[in-house]
Design a binder for this molecule. Structure first.
Ligand SMILES: [Zn+2]
Length: 237
């Protein structure tokens, strides 16, 4: 059976004489595809075996699990990311987060779109380091928590003073009185930054001026790790 996947290569390993690639796709989430070794110049699929290659992958399917690549139409290979070590690290983190999220999700075009928009923004702009990753993590959190309460406790309604705490059962922010110890603390600055990142489009990220990105990302990664351990579904309705 022939199939077409819209996707990006997020992993590649040797597979006997061939290569096995993993794609994050719009159609079926994570998909594994065998790229046969070929001596034919026209079907060598050099880019199919490279992480970050984005395009249309035409495969022949054998059963549910086994796909062999027959044709590739490349849309972008993100060369600026590949050639800039700092961008490359940030892009690798974007892919890592996307892969973790995709493994629990259903076929989700929104997730691929989010990842592609983040990678494009990183590839074609020079923004402060980790700003795109911070935006992407914020968008993912928005995908889990439909109505984030930025100003008041979800449980008692008390306005946040100097901090808010992320509570992973209600998936929202609560005040100091409603929290048990050990929850993830966001300073007022960090919760304002989260709101700003969610409300700001990738194309407008350059308007965000903050020195808080790395501390903010640490807190976002703590939430992310808890949600991954709970096998959450991103953008699930
Ligand atoms: Zn409260």
């Amino acid at each position: 059976m022939k199939k077409k996947f819209t996707g990006i290569v997020i992993a590649e390993i040797p597979y006997g004489k061939d290569n096995l690639i993993t794609l994050c796709t719009a159609e079926e989430g994570l998909v594994n595809i065998v790229v046969k070794r070929s001596s034919n110049e026209r079907t060598r699929f050099t880019y199919a075996k490279q992480i970050f290659t984005f395009g249309y992958f035409y495969v022949r399917g054998y059963g549910d699990m086994f796909n062999v690549l027959e044709r590739l139409e490349i849309v972008d290979t993100f060369e600026n990311i590949k050639q800039n070590p700092i961008k490359r690290i940030e892009a690798t983190n974007l892919i890592f987060v996307g892969k973790e999220v995709a493994q629990f999700g259903d076929a989700d075009a929104a997730l691929l779109l989010e990842l592609m928009t983040a990678l494009k923004t990183l590839n074609y702009n020079d923004l402060p380091q980790n700003l795109v990753l911070a935006k992407y993590m914020s968008a993912i959190l928005k995908g889990i928590v439909k109505n984030i309460n930025f100003s008041a406790c979800t449980l008692c309604g008390e306005k946040f003073q100097d901090a808010a705490f992320f509570e992973s059962t209600s998936n929202n922010f609560v005040c100091a009185d409603c929290t048990d110890k050990g929850l993830i603390k966001f300073s007022k600055l960090q919760i304002d930054l989260l709101k700003l990142l969610i409300e700001t489009d990738y194309s407008m990220l350059k308007t965000i001026k903050t020195a808080e990105i790395d501390e903010f990302l640490k807190q976002m990664l703590k939430i992310f790790n808890i949600k991954v351990s709970q096998k959450f579904k991103f953008y699930a309705e």
